[in-house]
Design a protein around this ligand. Structure first.
Ligand code: GLY
Ligand code: MN
Ligand code: MN
Length: 435
């Protein structure tokens, strides 16, 4: 669990970056209706979670940087016994004050009355416009008000600055406690993937395997970090396949992309394995190529290497192998330069990982790929997808979709693979499935 001290440290750091003449506003996520009066399970906004650890809707953090330590105010729902009978306990202002470690807490119903006062004396507001148009209008309305003649007596903000640059840069670098949470998330996902391999057999439905994944996540008090992809046969070539309702056929591969969410932190893992536990010759060849591409790419995850080098390495190895297997024609130089590999290697090789599966943080600085640094966590996930319609290649390859994805932390030394617990060589997969 992330401790209150760490949340306070994050807020202090953000306030220091923002400067004494500013105010920072961060709002919770809204509850979302699924249909009629049924709601989706609540998921807190990741920025709000990162700064508060507070998991309720209708809340807002106001941070007022000051010379020594900043002043932190939380607005939240007041406790309501009537509502608690339906929805369970709420923290209320007293609970939120303690949980968040704020200096003051007020009911969210008082926000409109109190917030304008808090803005006085500040030159700029750090706030991310665009998430809630109603609140954006409120804020802009107040600022216009401040500018009008009658209010000139106040020093008032006349600028709204995007918060996400500073905040997302902080989120990109994970602390030791964050890495520990991410390891736990990866361990739970590892256990889910291994159980899926163990129960898988021809005649099951993709839905059976999907259920097995959710069973493991739930037993470990985790959520699914995203809807799992459970694609048998050519369904693996549909990158965002989440229907998960087809029969699993003897002789096909199964691609599973599933990650857990623990304490807000995601894992994001893909394994591809034979439904019947035994790779065919072509499946083995293509799988080993994707795996070789992934292992070489992981080797590039080192402090000081440019981020894009991971992708470039994965693509080079995969392209070389596709030429050797006869899937691509021509020379390696030509296939890379003219991007023929993109016929079958269609996505990037990874992304930042953290509170969001596709986590925040810039990939480029001043138009150049940023360099990997200690504390960054990324996925490494090469994939080759040959649709059934790919008549340019030999029939044996058609309908194969293979991705291998792991979560990797940049450390001082070699990369640390957080999801190393799941077998991924053809031999290890076959041995596990034969048990
Ligand atoms: N699960 C989404 C991704 O691999 O990026
Ligand atoms: Mn994934
Ligand atoms: Mn991914």
């Amino acid at each position: 669990m992330i401790k209150p001290k760490e949340f306070a440290k994050r807020r202090d750091h953000l306030m220091e970056m923002a400067g004494d003449d500013s105010v920072i506003i961060v709002r919770s996520a809204a509850e979302k209706i699924r249909n009629n009066d049924s709601r989706y399970p609540y998921r807190q906004d990741s920025d709000f979670m990162y700064l508060s650890g507070f998991n309720e809707p209708d809340a807002m953090l106001v941070m007022l940087p000051q010379e020594k330590s900043g002043h932190v105010i939380i607005f939240c729902r007041e406790r309501d016994p009537q509502r608690e009978m339906w929805d369970g306990l709420m923290a209320g202002t007293a609970g939120a004050l303690e949980h968040v470690g704020a200096d003051e807490a007020f009911p969210i119903s008082e926000m409109k009355q109190r917030l304008p006062e808090l803005l006085h004396g500040r030159e700029r507001i750090y706030y991310d416009l665009g998430k809630d148009p109603d609140f954006d209008q409120l804020l802009i309305g107040w600022m216009n008000d401040f500018r009008s003649e009658t209010r000139k007596k106040f020093l008032a903000p006349d600028e709204i600055v995007a918060l996400n640059h500073n905040l997302h840069e902080m989120r990109l670098f994970k602390s030791r406690t964050e890495i520990t949470a991410m390891k736990k998330s990866a361990r739970v996902a590892a256990s889910a993937h291994q159980s899926a391999m163990q129960i898988c057999k021809p005649g099951l439905n993709e839905a059976d395997v999907h259920a097995e994944l959710l069973h493991t996540f739930t037993r470990h008090q985790c959520e699914a970090a995203y809807i799992p992809i459970v694609g048998g046969g050519a369904n693996a070539c549909v990158l965002h396949y989440i229907t998960n309702r087809d029969l699993l056929n003897d002789g096909d591969l199964l691609l599973i992309d599933a990650g857990a969410e623990y304490d807000g932190y995601a894992s994001d893992i893909t394994r591809t394995f034979p439904v019947n536990g035994k790779f065919t010759g072509a499946q083995r060849d293509l799988y080993q190529l994707v795996l070789a591409s992934q292992l070489e790419a992981i080797d590039e995850v080192r402090c000081g290497n440019p981020w894009e080098q991971v992708h470039e390495t994965a693509v080079r190895v995969a392209t070389e192998g596709m030429i050797e297997l006869g899937i691509l024609k021509g020379s390696l130089e030509e296939a890379l330069e003219e991007e023929h590999f993109k016929d079958y290697y269609v996505h990037n090789t990874g992304h930042w990982l953290g509170l969001d599966v596709h986590d925040v943080g810039e990939y480029e600085i001043d138009g150049h790929s940023r360099v990997l640094e200690v504390g960054m966590v990324l996925t490494v996930e090469p994939g080759i997808y040959i649709p059934e319609s790919a008549t340019a290649v030999d029939e044996v390859w058609r309908g194969l979709g293979i991705r291998v994805e792991d979560d990797v932390a940049v450390t001082k030394d070699t990369a640390e693979v957080l999801s190393a617990d799941i077998c991924k060589t053809t031999d290890d997969i076959e041995a596990l499935m034969a048990l």
